[in-house]
Design a binder for this molecule. Sequence first.
Ligand code: PMP
Length: 454
Amino acid sequence: MSRTDELLALDRRFLWHPFTAQEAWESEPQIAIERAEGMYLVDTEGRRYIDGVSSLWANVFGHRVPEIDTAIRAQLDRVAHTTLLGLANVPSIELAERIAAIVPFPLRRTFFSDDGSTAVEAAVKLAYQFCRQNGRERRTRFVAFGGGYHGDTVGSVSVGGIGLFHGAYRPLLFDVHRAPYPYCYRCPLGKDDPRSCGTACLGVFERILAEHGAGICACVIEPRVQGAAGMVVAPDGFVRGVADACRRHGVLLIADEVATGVARTGAMFACDLEGVVPDFLCLAKGLTGGYLPMAATVTTEEIYRGFLGPPHAGRTFFHGHTYTGNPLAAAAAGATLDLVRERRLVEHVRRISVDFDAMLEPIRSLRSVGDVRRQGVMVGIEIVADRATRAPFPPERRVGHRAAMACRRHGAIVRPIGDVLILNPPPAIDTGTLAALCSAAATAIREVEAEEYG
Ligand code: PMP
């Protein structure tokens, strides 16, 4: 047995992979990643693959970035972890100051946690508790969007809106008002020509607030791009409209920028694309360059002050995790934010976006490609059985999965969501590697087409 076979046998015996159909996993050939070089992952057989989804939408500058590696090593020589509960540590102080400098005013105050789910979970609880202890007791509900994904903790799942992922837990979840998100390729309102509908979804959202606004504490949204829904890109003006309606009705706005934050959309934050300033900005994934778990829930001094009072008054936010504010992760995040500025990453993403569109053109014209959506480096390629009717393939054909596996054979790791092939490379990717990624995706989809249509 080769070393690779031995490792994969152990994997099948001892591991349980997240969001992975284990029965299929056990019966299919697998690879194991051993190391990486820049934009490439390398498996135990020495084969190289473009990291086409940024190791789950997180990696920013590629792997083994000398500046980030050095910052983590230097921190390791001081201390790996100390708690933030009732005790300060140097890297998290420095990082909180850095974050305050890049988020729009009046956001300023950072509550650290470890992952995207916990960033949203903290925002949801902060918004609720803020209302409860600051004269807004009647505001107990949340409004969120169909197709939304905010993580896997029970609060984040409650505001999530993906039936397949969240349906099983219904009885455990709190109820939320649900508004449609503008998934124009499959309009949730059934409009024939959704792109010229004047964002009818926004009208539905406004009606929900008009009717129930006084009882709503916060709205949770993935601004501009709903990632896990299949990279659904909202038309310009939608997020602005949602933010304005929230303001009018005194509803706090929680922007889940776990996926969109840190330059991925062609702006530092997706909210910036529409000049929106939320009450809570949730960051994770790319915050550490995709190196280590760390999340930030950034809010305003107004919200922060709503938790002040003598300790016995019970206004404290009783919430926090063991590794919150971890110094190694904070060091990685500090080095990442330095690089974002020094390498003018936002401008880089804007520049390569133009090339990206040109490279996606051949994919758009493939027989099975119904829709190609892109914002910055975030791309969803929706594969359909029939372009005219937009009818999907039967799920048991697993065409998205097969296209992703075919991509591997052509040197790129990507991951589908259903039959939407996702490309979401590190924002710092160069045009040559981007072209190779698009070409692998095109070849992979053509191979699946040949099998399906004969
Ligand atoms: N929010 C959004 C928008 C996400 O895309 C994700 C993860 N894909 C999360 C939250 C959850 O983040 P994590 O997996 O780090 O908990």
